[in-house]
Write a protein that binds this ligand. Sequence first.
Ligand SMILES: NC(=O)C1=CN([C@@H]2O[C@H](COP(=O)(O)OP(=O)(O)OC[C@H]3O[C@@H](n4cnc5c(N)ncnc54)[C@H](O)[C@@H]3O)[C@@H](O)[C@H]2O)C=CC1
Ligand SMILES: O=C(O)C(=O)[C@H](O)COP(=O)(O)O
Length: 373
Amino acid sequence: MTQIVQRKLLIDDAVPYAQTIFGHLGKVMTLPGREINAEAVKDIDALIVRSRTQVNAELLADSKVSYVGSTVVGLDHIDQDYLANTQRHFYSAQGCNANSVAEFVIHALILLAEQENFDISTKSLGIIGVGHVGKLLHAKAQALGVTCLLNDPPRAKQEGNQGFVDLEHALQADIISVHTPLTFSGADKTYHLINSEKLALLNPQQILVNAARGGIIDEQALLQTHLKAKITDCWENEPNINPELIEQSFLVSPHIAGHSFEAKLAGSTMVYHDLCSFWNEPQKNDWQQKLPKIPKAITVQNAENWQKGLFYVLQKTHLIQNDDQAIRHNPSNFEGYRRNYPTHHEWHKQQVKVTKNQKLNCILQKLNFQLIG
Ligand SMILES: NC(=O)C1=CN([C@@H]2O[C@H](COP(=O)(O)OP(=O)(O)OC[C@H]3O[C@@H](n4cnc5c(N)ncnc54)[C@H](O)[C@@H]3O)[C@@H](O)[C@H]2O)C=CC1
Ligand SMILES: O=C(O)C(=O)[C@H](O)COP(=O)(O)O
């Protein structure tokens, strides 16, 4: 009688619901992403990672891994050529956390606007990289009345220049937010894209946001650049982040812009669906009944000013300042905090009671909050 050999899956332990979602496909083992090494993957069939595992020949050469799934968006931890050349199937959950990042940027900017006492709708926003995240950020910023300048040369080459501006033009915006991948080669490589020459174009009234990747902005040059505010979620040399940049930043966070509950779950389920089809296995979705209940409705206390009302609502969904406090005076907490990141839900999961302020109600709706009677 032929013995059915159970498939083995090794999954980064930061992948939520790993056992619940993937358990029916085989024997699931989990490890912290940074501890997934050649020894751990030797006898594994499917490897499912987040960003903290370098997937390359060094990791896989002696393994029988035939499937690699990445439950995050960035690809700088994956040697895709090696996987293709060794006939290993690769899937990346592109776009899974875009909404989370866009919400993070808007929330950080509203916090800044409230603390610096300006109306965000009077500002312009330069979005460098207009893919999944950039498009959603554009839509949310427009909902707030922000004028956006869009820079994305690869898209402009494909689609035509209509609607796009060049980098120097985008860098004239009051607020600049980078949302490109980190790439080291090619005509549009992004490593140090915002270098000392580009930073020299900026003035002390401008705001610079990095919730994409450390290295897109030259950090050493950034330290010499005086700006109204630096908002830093992504750093060079993570988790050993630069204390001077912490000091200079209005808001710091340990690379968690994409860490909403829905984003992490989307990454897992997108890889799960791909693995099921790769192994020609029927999907089982009964785990969805085990998801946390949505938070209770928010009642706005301060609606006379739409921006103050929005700030109140955003703070009820997630205290972004906690992400700052978690590392500002204790940078060594960078990995620990993100591995145990407190659950927060995306705005489309949040109910808000209709307020007296029609403009606020309209903005909340455009930002995908659930407005209830
Ligand atoms: N902080 C966090 O937690 C997260 C960070 N990220 C990072 O953000 C990046 C963007 O995410 P998505 O929007 O989902 O990726 P995406 O691939 O959908 O969009 C990236 C966009 O950047 C454009 N681009 C590439 N090179 C460029 C250049 N030199 N100048 C301007 N635009 C350029 C591309 O054409 C594309 O439209 C990811 O590659 C990842 O590194 C993504 C999710 C979470
Ligand atoms: O998707 C990406 O790219 C990101 O930057 C994710 O936020 C990375 O998440 P972790 O793998 O660092 O949990």
